[in-house]
Design a protein around this ligand. Structure first.
Ligand SMILES: [Cu+2]
Length: 327
């Protein structure tokens, strides 16, 4: 464990709650901060680079879902000290040096996802790379808690990777219950409904339908090269699944809403939290759903038939309600 002098005292309360995790606070700075720069990079697209680094091959690490390892295939996620309003990290490569060359995937060279261990507080941001290999972004950590930070990237010359690290933000912790499974949610005035159900070990379609004020939204804007960007996290260990859209803008068949389709495969039965980023009106919105994998697919009811009065439990999900704690 790293030295975390600012965690003294705070760690006492957390230790009993998160016995299996380790916290790091502001780690000791080891490198002078280089001036951050915006760099669009080469905008080569990697839509076809959909294969996660894990999940194939004979290496034991290949069978582990993404995001569970802080170090994999010689690459290590390494948070560095930063001002309170920033989050900063590096990725060190097989040679022990910070990686400075990254391929663009989904329009960006680095996708940073953060979420509390209780699956609240999800943010998906894009840091800026300094010449010395330090990534910096205005901190996405919205308050106290035990957070997980995922770096989703493809080092030039290497395979795509998602590494994860725990980060503790000191303060009074209020653990949130995982919302119950539902097929409809609202965010920023939009109603998003979900049809389909993730199935362990095989690919299943997930379709999100976006409406606003009772009308289908048909002018979604491309975000990260798609009309939606979906991350799924497994309850219990926060295994990370970056799910890829079924179709891309301009391919002749993919329309800008109201439906946004994905093909998803989850590694096991259990509860997952889905985070759908979509852009409309120049703003990115995130719709969140709790789903239980391993239950029969929900009926493909048209979105207009959805009860707007609130989250309706999906059929067959009752035995997977939060609090069961099986994984
Ligand atoms: Cu991203």
């Amino acid at each position: 464990m790293r030295t975390g002098t600012r965690l003294v005292g705070f760690a006492v309360g957390l230790a009993s709650i998160f016995g299996a995790t380790y916290g790091i606070g502001r780690v000791v700075d080891r490198t002078p901060v280089a001036e951050s720069r915006h760099d669009g990079g080469t905008e080569s697209r990697h839509d076809s680079a959909a294969v996660p680094a894990t999940g194939e091959g004979g290496d034991p690490a290949d069978r582990i879902p993404g995001g569970l390892l802080v170090s994999d295939r010689g690459y290590t996620l390494d948070p560095v000290d930063a001002p309170a309003d920033e989050f900063a990290f590096r990725v060190t490569g097989p040679d022990g040096q910070p990686v400075t060359q990254y391929d663009v995937a989904h329009d960006k060279r680095m996708h940073l996802i953060v979420v509390r261990r209780d699956l609240s507080g999800f943010r998906h941001v894009h840091p800026d790379l300094a010449p010395d290999g330090t990534w910096r972004v205005g901190t996405p950590l919205a308050g106290p808690g035990q957070w997980r930070a995922f770096a989703d990237f493809a080092p030039t010359g290497g395979e795509p990777l998602t590494l994860g690290v725990d980060v503790t933000v000191p303060g009074e912790l209020t653990e949130r219950q995982l919302p119950t499974p539902a097929t409809s949610t609202t965010v920023d005035g939009y109603t998003v409904t979900l049809t389909g159900s993730p199935q362990p070990g095989r690919t299943a379609p997930l379709t999100f339908t976006v409406s606003r004020d009772g009308r289908p939204v048909t002018d979604l804007e491309p975000y990260l090269g798609a009309y939606g960007h979906l991350v799924a996290l497994r309850r219990g260990d926060l295994a990370y699944l970056h799910v890829h859209p079924d179709g891309t803008p301009g391919d002749g068949r993919t329309r800008p809403g109201p439906a946004v389709g994905f093909l998803a495969e989850v590694p096991s039965a259990g509860s997952y939290r889905l985070y759908l980023d979509f852009q409309h009106g120049g703003t990115v919105h995130t719709a969140e759903f709790t789903v239980v994998a391993g239950t029969p697919p929900t009926a493909a009811t048209p979105p207009t038939g959805t009860n707007p009065s609130g989250p309706a439990p999906s059929g067959g999900a009752e035995h997977g309600t939060p609090g069961h704690g099986h994984n």
